[in-house]
Design a binder for this molecule. Structure first.
Ligand code: GAR
Length: 194
């Protein structure tokens, strides 16, 4: 671990392809951030395998093991204390964080969302964009605030919606841009902090 890089914790819940884009970006020695830990709220997901393959410490805190959001988040905060973390990147992390957790890391949590916010907050973004006959879709990196998918925007990338798109084809086109956007956004934030 280098001393003058931004230390990230990446939170995931599944496949972890956005995590992989960050892992790949961090392989460049000139990239200004490094991943100190990967936290998953689900055991045995592909993203954890990706982290282990890259020799990144992993933390699993299953929300199912806790009766309340408060105790689940308390366990996450406790586990994170073992790592030097400057910034948290939510990358397909499918739990809504409480104001209590968010206020622990003021202006230090970002999320990637598969729509052009403020349009299509929440789930099934591609289905809804297609149903509305939209011509453009995309992804957004934004700061996390207590209101879901609503914090200040760091970066957006747009893609066209094509006539024969299905939710799957559109999701794939947007995901390609997600993988470009997240490392770029982290680079911007790291530069701003240095
Ligand atoms: C990504 O498309 C991400 O934008 C989305 O989940 C997917 C995770 O894929 N996130 C959300 O919908 C958050 N509300 P990944 O696990 O392969 O990175």
């Amino acid at each position: 671990m280098s001393e003058n890089k931004l230390n990230l914790a990446v939170f995931i819940s599944g496949r972890g392809s956005n995590l992989q884009s960050l892992i790949d970006a961090c392989k460049d020695e000139n990239y200004p951030a490094q991943i100190a830990a990967v936290l998953s709220n689900k055991p045995d997901v592909q993203g954890l395998e990706r982290a282990k393959k890259a020799n990144i410490p992993t933390i699993t805190v299953s929300h199912k093991d806790y009766e309340t959001k408060q105790s689940f988040e308390g366990a996450m905060l406790e586990a994170l204390k073992d790592y030097p973390i400057d910034f948290i990147c939510l990358a397909g992390f499918m739990r809504i964080l409480s104001p209590h957790f968010i206020n622990h890391w003021p202006d230090k949590i970002i999320n990637i969302h598969p729509s052009l916010l403020p349009e299509y907050k929440g789930l099934n973004t591609h289905e809804r964009a297609l149903a509305d006959g939209k011509k453009e879709a995309g992804c957004t990196i934004h700061y996390v605030v207590p209101e879901m998918d609503s914090g200040p925007i760091v970066m957006q990338k747009k893609v066209p919606i094509l006539g024969d798109d299905t939710p799957k084809t559109l999701a794939e086109r947007v995901l390609e841009q997600e993988h470009i956007a997240y490392p770029e956004a982290v680079r911007l934030l790291a530069k701003a902090k240095s």
